[in-house]
Design a protein around this ligand. Structure first.
Ligand SMILES: Cc1ncc(COP(=O)(O)O)c(C=O)c1O
Length: 286
């Protein structure tokens, strides 16, 4: 099979592509996804009047390929590395999933450039694979709204038929092309984010907080207060304190696997210092 333009579609952010995939290919029993993962999958499924089929993680956050296949979903959304944990799934598991399922496996690689293996190498062999990427994270162009998908030509052709006629403006196209061609800048930024992430992680380890190994541009960490306690009240207290100090992190209160954690995006070294200083003062005042 020859690969080229027929295997790519570009959209108004990868959210647009995820919506197109849902509209084209999801049907009974609904869109498959892991819990927790990216919160947009339930939204796009809901917009299309489709249900959801959950594959629940346990605290290890490891992928259960058999459970994924057992959903019999026509489309399964797999975020790799996962959000909000940052945990990456090995390429062998992705390949095992592709073999085990009948439907499409959509690997959402929004954060892949920060340390995970891409499934792109599997595209030529597996016609049920769709890889979705974005310029919003590792290319720092979130406001430009550029995402794309790579897949076998019949899948791309179907998505192309339902997209808005002008789903990507020219300024965004120019910015994305320039970002894509500036390999040196991309590489430097990516390395910087990963180095800052690991330096921040070392600080969290020093507090003896449990943090998932992250292949993304954020850390999912379980804070302990000065008395060494963790749990949803502790995480909520830190979240509120940080907010009062104008340091914004994410807190996912509604799920037992996430409610004792906060998700911290990796910013500049200076921003991470502000975050860690605020954590210190929370520890000292709690
Ligand atoms: C896992 C995941 N996929 C896709 C997106 C959407 O990115 P975009 O800005 O390209 O719509 C996000 C954004 O937060 C995300 O976390």
């Amino acid at each position: 099979m020859v690969w080229g333009r027929a295997n790519v579609i570009i959209g108004n952010g990868s959210d647009n592509i995820l919506d197109l995939i849902t509209r084209c290919f999801v049907s009974d029993p609904g869109a498959g996804h892991t819990v927790p993962s990216y919160s947009l999958y339930p939204v796009v499924a809901g917009m299309s009047g489709q249900g959801l089929v959950d594959v629940n993680f346990d605290r290890s956050m490891q992928l259960d390929v058999e459970a994924l296949a057992a959903t019999q979903a026509k489309v399964f959304f797999l975020t790799n590395p996962n959000a909000p944990t940052g945990v990456a799934f090995p390429i062998e598991q992705i390949e095992a999933a592709l073999k085990a399922i009948d439907g499409l496996l959509v690997v959402d690689e929004a954060y892949v450039d920060f340390g995970a293996d891409s499934a792109v190498s599997l595209l030529k062999e597996y016609e049920n694979l769709v890889v979705v990427r974005t310029f919003s994270k590792s290319y720092s162009l979130a406001g430009m709204r550029v995402g794309f998908a790579l897949a076998a030509a019949p899948i791309i052709s179907m998505l192309d038929r339902v997209r808005d006629a002008y789903n990507l403006d020219r300024v965004a196209q120019a910015a994305a092309q320039a970002a894509f061609e500036d390999v040196e800048h991309f590489e430097a930024q990516r390395q910087k984010v990963m180095a800052t992430r690991e330096a921040t992680r070392a600080q969290l380890d020093a507090y003896d907080w449990f943090t998932y190994p992250s292949a993304a541009n954020f850390l999912f960490t379980e804070p302990k207060n000065a008395a060494g306690e963790s749990g949803s009240e502790v995480a909520a207290s830190l979240f509120e304190y940080l907010k009062s100090q104008r340091v914004l992190v994410r807190y996912f209160s509604s799920h037992p696997l996430t409610c004792s954690f906060i998700r911290v995006s990796v910013g500049t070294d200076a921003e991470m210092k502000v975050f860690l200083t605020a954590v210190e003062s929370w520890l000292n005042n709690a």
